[in-house]
Design a protein around this ligand. Structure first.
Ligand code: HEM
Length: 140
């Protein structure tokens, strides 16, 4: 049973990360579209669907299944898991910011530059590298 939950956890994590890496890229392109243009409206639909249909449920599933693994595997006292949860909390905070920017774009109220979203785009990738190393190598 544990291995099945782990497989589902990794599937949820892949879906979540796909959105975390793609949504800021959509924002980069959205910055170039004139507010009110057809292109801008299309980006709004893409951003909303990516967030609501994929990223939100995938994040919840990754958390629930991950906490289940920590409990059933008896991992919660291990330092690698505590460090991993700290990084996942940061990732979840970025998820919250991305959701806020989706709302800003939807209301044609984006305040940030293309360069800003390019930089933001790198953060989930860096966090993911740390999280996967902690989960697989378990260095401490
Ligand atoms: C949301 C909080 C999370 C918790 C509490 C959590 C916890 C866990 C636990 C306890 C395991 C089982 C380790 C084992 O049996 O060896 C695991 C596996 C794994 N987790 Fe998470 N996880 C979380 C989120 C994430 C995220 C966001 C990622 C990637 C970005 C991730 C990637 C992985 C991977 C790749 C494995 C498989 C490791 C292996 O089989 O060697 N997890 N996780």
């Amino acid at each position: 049973m544990y291995e099945w939950i782990k497989a589902l956890h990794v599937i949820a994590v892949i879906a979540w990360m796909a959105g975390m890496l793609y949504l800021p890229r959509l924002f980069v392109y959205h910055c170039e579209a004139e507010p009110g243009s057809r292109q801008s409206e299309t980006f709004k639909v893409m951003e909303r669907r990516l967030l609501r249909a994929i990223m939100n449920p995938a994040m919840v599933a990754a958390w629930v299944l991950g906490l289940g693994l920590a409990y059933w595997g008896g991992w919660y006292a291990f330092h690698w898991l505590q460090a991993k949860v700290a990084l996942v909390l940061l990732l979840s905070a970025i998820h919250g910011l991305l959701a806020r920017w989706v709302r800003d774009f939807a209301a044609d109220r984006n305040q940030n530059s293309q360069r800003f979203y390019r930089i933001i785009n790198e953060i989930p990738a860096v966090l993911m590298i740390g999280i996967v190393i902690l989960a697989v190598v378990k260095p401490f």
